[in-house]
Write a protein that binds this ligand. Structure first.
Ligand code: ATP
Ligand code: MG
Length: 413
């Protein structure tokens, strides 16, 4: 894409009302726009990143047999009333006429609707197990709105729900989801620690969170420096410097961002929606369920929090809005290089605007695309300069075809 045609622009200053680094950098780069507190638009560059993250999650969900679907945002009140969650403080209510009790809530999570749907289709043990997921906007009236896109009042979540004939089968699948989550976060360039976390009224045991160490994190976890075992402070009896209950190694308190959370729900929701199946002997039993969330927008914001320098964002290749950023410096023509990159199937943002070299470099650093290719009048004919974002020093000269090969493989020859 030609940058001259991109409707957003890079800003020198961050919006005054943003305090979180992720929100500042994403706003300056033209990735997101804050419509109101905790409510963001994803602009073309940001939406490309979101789609990349979504693509990684989708591949891993499909690999464990998840069936993608899409449920409503507007939830009739009978759903939350059935599980006693109508009164949960973060739930937004929607009126259709003044003065009456609101007939709807906005989806903040989807256990209730999915349980009712499952009850419509499940009758026998032969109908189990299965798992279904969606990417959907969730609404939560979050009191704290200082964390930028880490904590939206409206945000994109992937939520997966699984349905089983026994608790044993649920926990087997739970472990598979945990493995899928590890792959997802690693592919997004994040180190996420599998962390024991609080259960709740609706779970059969502890839950597990995936926590990324970052100063901006709102959670505190106790992480073993030796084996990686981690517990959320909310449930932990550990303290800073304690011995790891698994291996005896040193445990340290860390600030962390929860990017994912998995819940063994058991039968609480199936009881509320009469989700039952007949077992081999014809005996009616409640379905055991699991629920598994990842905040897609929070993942994007987390990547920004942990992958940046004083000049801006450093996107991992797997989620970058483009793979290459082609800069044509004043007096150079980048059209040939642009055509060649496109022909080779490289996703490229082509800075064809009339700006000084300094401005182009500064903006490119802020936007954070992994590979920078520079066409300059100082370089002869077919030569460009290629540089990895985040790598110190100047770019190195290369022929256009060498540069393309480098960008495509990601390997310095
Ligand atoms: P938190 O403890 O951060 O409030 P939660 O435990 O209430 O989150 P879950 O209901 O477990 O969140 O949601 C699943 C995932 O959705 C979380 O792991 C997180 O990645 C994401 N998420 C939750 N709340 C938000 C939010 N307000 N903004 C963006 N992402 C969110
Ligand atoms: Mg959670």
């Amino acid at each position: 894409m030609k940058q001259s045609e991109l409707f957003t622009k890079v800003a020198r200053e961050a919006p005054k009302d943003e305090v979180a680094l992720n929100a500042k950098l994403l706003a300056r780069g033209g990735f997101s726009y804050k419509n109101s507190a905790g409510v963001y638009s994803y602009l073309p560059l940001g939406w490309r990143v979101m789609k990349k993250i979504e693509g990684i999650i989708r591949e891993e969900m499909d690999a464990i047999g998840g069936q993608e679907m899409f449920m409503p945002t507007l939830h009739d009140k009978h759903y939350l009333k059935a599980t006693g969650r109508w009164g949960v403080d973060v739930v937004f209510k929607v009126n259709d006429a003044a003065g009456k009790e609101p007939p709807f809530s906005l989806g903040w999570t989807h256990e209730e609707p999915v349980s009712e749907i499952a009850a419509h289709y499940v009758s026998s043990y032969k109908d189990l197990p299965f798992a279904a997921y969606q990417f959907q906007t969730k609404f939560r009236n979050e009191p704290r709105a200082k964390s930028g896109l880490l904590r939206g009042r409206e945000f994109l979540m992937k939520d997966l729900y699984s349905f089983h004939a026994s608790e044993g089968d649920l926990f087997e699948y739970y472990a598979r989801v945990a493995e899928a989550y590890k792959k997802i976060f690693a592919r997004c360039g994040l180190t996420a620690h599998y962390t024991v976390a609080a259960g709740g009224d609706f779970t059969v045991s502890h839950t597990h969170e995936f926590q990324v160490i970052a100063p901006a994190g709102e959670d505190t976890i106790y992480l073993c420096g030796k084996c990686g075992y981690a517990e959320n402070k909310e449930i932990s009896k550990l303290e800073d410097g304690a011995a790891c209950p698994q291996c005896g190694g040193p445990v340290g308190a860390k600030q962390a961002i929860e990017v994912g959370n998995i819940f063994p729900l058991g039968t609480k929701y199936s009881e509320a929606f009469n989700l039952r199946f007949a077992d081999e002997r014809g005996e009616k039993k409640y379905v055991a369920m699991g629920s598994y969330g990842i905040g897609v927008s929070r993942v994007m914001a987390t990547i920004v929090e942990v992958s940046n320098d004083q000049n801006g964002i450093i996107w991992p290749e797997s989620v970058a809005p483009f793979r290459a950023h082609l800069l044509a410096l004043p007096g150079a023509d980048g059209a040939g290089a642009y055509a060649a990159l496109q022909k080779e199937g490289v996703e490229v943002l082509y800075d064809d605007r009339e700006l000084s070299a300094g401005e182009k470099f500064a903006e490119a650093d802020l936007v954070g695309i992994p590979w920078r290719i520079v066409a300059s009048p100082k370089l002869g004919g077919d030569t460009v300069e290629v540089k990895r974002r985040g790598k110190a020093g100047a770019g190195r000269p290369a022929s256009l075809s060498e540069a393309i090969a480098l960008v495509k493989t990601g390997k310095e020859s």
